[in-house]
Design a protein around this ligand. Structure first.
Ligand SMILES: Cc1ncc(COP(=O)(O)O)c(C=O)c1O
Length: 384
């Protein structure tokens, strides 16, 4: 059965709104990432899409899992990632969550503050076990307004290097954990192939300073990732090979240590594997514009509103001679913000299904899930 027929059948039986994920696309993107970074440990950032079947595809392909909550950890283990292949990251880990992760067999965590370092050390000590820790860093010089920047200015993510220097004694007093490296995450949605390499160079420099000033041996660099996908026709796809070549060049600057490198990816791996399908309930004209009211909108698919990012909207199953007009695609809730975008498409008819593209990353996982008691979208996975 071809993909379109399979999706039509699924939507007929399961109904809309729904996310539909295609494992073949995930496999293809995973292949591209593996080819670009053949010698690195590749982590799937589960936050992008914690659907267990999607995670399963990546677990089977040998990816490891980067999780930031206990819920994501539970999904990852269910999907088949072994605990020693899980990195527990995130700025809000509680002692209970750390304990749970260690009990499950997780061995590698990040710390995003000195308090978190102390807490991890304390929990590890109380459980009479051991754990390895990466320091997530925040570096002033890295702010770049052009991408979705995650460091370079004050934020809840990472530790300022100055703070680490000031807390040298505390850090050296922690006896239950091994601090083995640093984690960087410069920005999300990077489409410029040189951007990541620039951040890797700064990470290497900073890690060397930390090794010198704190006297800790660090041989693991988690260089983050942030590989983007084009959401609109004005954006070009990231040249992943060029990006990887730049990163390789930057990594050559490491003399003997650090030696192991982690690359993380969410959006690039799963962003285009999923579409959001929503059925047209009403069509009307108001103040000269067409308003298309659909059964699915911001409840279950909030990203277009949260990030103010356009997603491609197309008529899925109908052929129409209706003229192309400016259409505002609205959800069913009584909220003026419930609008998935304003697009130029052939005006749909009541009952038509619209597909919203690139919804596989930060779609369901980033969404408001309850408002007006509306039914959340289903998540459907096509056959492999
Ligand atoms: C530390 C870290 N790693 C990985 C990711 C995943 O990023 P992306 O989905 O852009 O690949 C994020 C996203 O916020 C992050 O903060």
């Amino acid at each position: 059965m071809d993909r379109k027929t399979e999706i039509t059948r699924l939507l007929e039986t399961e109904g809309t709104p729904a996310y539909v994920y295609d494992p073949r696309i995930v496999q293809n993107k995973a292949g591209q990432l593996k080819e670009a970074f053949p010698n690195q440990q590749l982590y799937f950032s589960v936050k992008a899409n914690p659907n267990v079947e999607v995670c399963q595809v990546l677990a089977e392909l040998g990816f490891e899992a980067e999780v930031v909550t206990q819920g994501e950890l539970v999904v990852s283990l269910k999907a088949g990632f072994s605990p020693e292949k899980v990195l527990f990251a995130g700025p809000g880990k509680t002692s209970k969550q750390i304990e749970f992760a260690l009990q499950e067999g997780v061995q590698l965590l990040t710390a995003e503050s000195v308090n978190q370092l102390r807490l991890i050390d304390q929990v590890v000590g109380s459980m009479k076990t051991k754990a390895k820790v990466l320091l997530r860093l925040n570096i002033p010089s890295l702010h770049n307004k052009q991408s979705e920047s995650m460091m370079g200015e004050g934020s809840q993510f990472g530790i300022d290097t100055q703070t680490l220097f000031e807390n040298k004694e505390t850090i050296l007093s922690l006896k239950n954990i091994d601090i083995i490296g640093t984690q960087f995450y410069a920005a999300s949605q990077i489409l410029d192939p040189t951007r990541l390499a620039k951040s890797v160079r700064i990470q290497i420099e900073t890690t060397k300073q930390l090794v010198d000033k704190l006297g800790i041996k660090m041989d693991l660099l988690d260089i983050g990732g942030g590989f983007g996908i084009p959401y609109s026709s004005s954006e070009s796809p990231l040249d992943l090979q060029a990006c990887a070549a730049e990163v390789r060049e930057a990594l050559k600057e490491i003399c003997d240590s650090p030696t192991k490198v982690i690359v993380e990816s969410g959006r690039f791996l799963v962003g285009d594997c999923g579409k959001f399908y929503t059925r047209v309930i009403d069509v009307k004209k108001s103040f000269g514009k067409h308003y298309i009211i659909c059964d699915g909108g911001m409840v279950g698919f909030t990203r277009p509103i949260l990030v103010n990012s356009p997603h491609k909207v197309e008529l899925f199953d109908s052929v129409t001679d209706n003229p192309v007009e400016t259409c505002v695609i609205c959800g069913p809730s009584c909220s003026s913000i419930d609008c998935l975008g304003t697009v130029e498409i052939s005006v749909p008819e009541i009952g038509d299904i619209l597909s919203v593209g690139d919804a596989g990353a930060y779609g369901w996982s980033m969404s408001i899930q309850i408002f007006h008691c509306l039914t959340p979208p289903k998540e459907l996975v096509l056959t492999d």
